[in-house]
Design a protein around this ligand. Structure first.
Ligand code: IPE
Ligand code: IPE
Ligand code: MG
Length: 259
């Protein structure tokens, strides 16, 4: 019989409580996937959109609160010009075609990252998508575009510095909570599970602050091949792990026994 995370859920062996509230994914391997098929890299990016659709459906079925997808990093501008412009066109296309569907499925879409470098057309599509889905109560889908973890922290520091300069905050009152409140996705649970497809073992400047305690899961599967079964494997691996948050295993067991 085919393994399914839903069978496990239905069997009530794991409850919703055991599932991650927030999953973040570094969607890597599109170029290599296409090259292996003797196709241009951009073909892989186009196929990658199908994998995005499947992941959104999977998280909706599992009632996961937030899904954050790394679509374009601050460093991806260094790629060949035609690849960058194809990615921008694809982004524009997806925002035009998919947002209505997301809205129908009660998904709330948020684009995180430094949007100032994007075209006017792209920025107005982003605004329209935010506005349309703002009151949806289903999956919170964050798409990171021109995002970098260092940019996020710098941006938060800049906002806090402005408040200090205006006399609204005393420098001695700057705590981790204050900085966290100025970071992307500050209103959401922090990622519990960070997945990277494509076989590389690095973070590539993704959620440096928010993923401080995320469980890391790396898979050789290239992003366009990342289907429901592959996602279920990642969830199953997460569920089996013991998260200690700096405590001892015994302390965690005691805490779980008390709740
Ligand atoms: C990830 O796939 C998508 C983006 C970074 C936009 P890549 O394009 O990095 O694919 P590989 O890693 O070169 O195979
Ligand atoms: C990370 O993938 C960024 C995205 C998935 C958008 P990259 O392919 O850009 O990362 P590196 O260059 O291998 O670190
Ligand atoms: Mg890559």
């Amino acid at each position: 019989m085919e393994y399914s995370i839903f069978m496990v859920l239905n069997a009530d062996k794991i409850s919703q409580q055991c599932l991650p509230k927030h999953v973040a994914i570094i969607m890597d391997g599109n170029g290599r996937w296409a090259q292996a098929k003797n196709r241009p890299r951009v073909y892989g990016h186009k196929k990658g959109v199908d994998a995005v659709r499947h992941s959104v459906q999977f998280c909706t079925k599992l009632k996961i609160e937030s899904l954050t997808l790394f679509a374009f990093s601050s460093e991806n501008w260094h790629r060949p010009e035609d690849e960058v412009s194809t990615l921008m066109e694809l982004f524009l296309y997806v925002l035009s075609k998919e947002v209505k569907k997301l809205h129908k499925n009660n998904v709330k879409l948020t684009i995180i990252g430094d949007l100032s470098r994007f075209s006017e057309a792209l920025r107005s599509k982003v605004d329209a998508a935010h506005e349309l889905t703002a009151n949806n109560t289903g999956l919170q889908l964050n798409v990171a575009a021109n995002y970098g973890g260092r940019w996020d922290m710098t941006n938060a520091a800049k906002q806090v510095a402005k408040k200090v300069a205006a006399g609204a905050i005393n420098p001695d009152d700057i705590t981790e909570q204050v900085l966290a409140a100025h970071m992307s996705m500050q209103d959401q649970a922090e990622p519990d599970l960070l997945i990277r497809t494509g076989g590389d073992l690095r973070i590539s400047n993704f959620l440096l602050w928010q993923a401080a305690y995320a469980e890391l899961y790396f898979t050789d599967t290239l992003w366009p091949d990342f289907n429901e079964a592959a996602f279920a494997d990642a969830i199953a691996c997460y569920v089996a792990r013991e998260r200690r948050f700096g405590c001892t295993g015994e302390q965690i067991k005691q805490l779980l026994a008390e709740t």
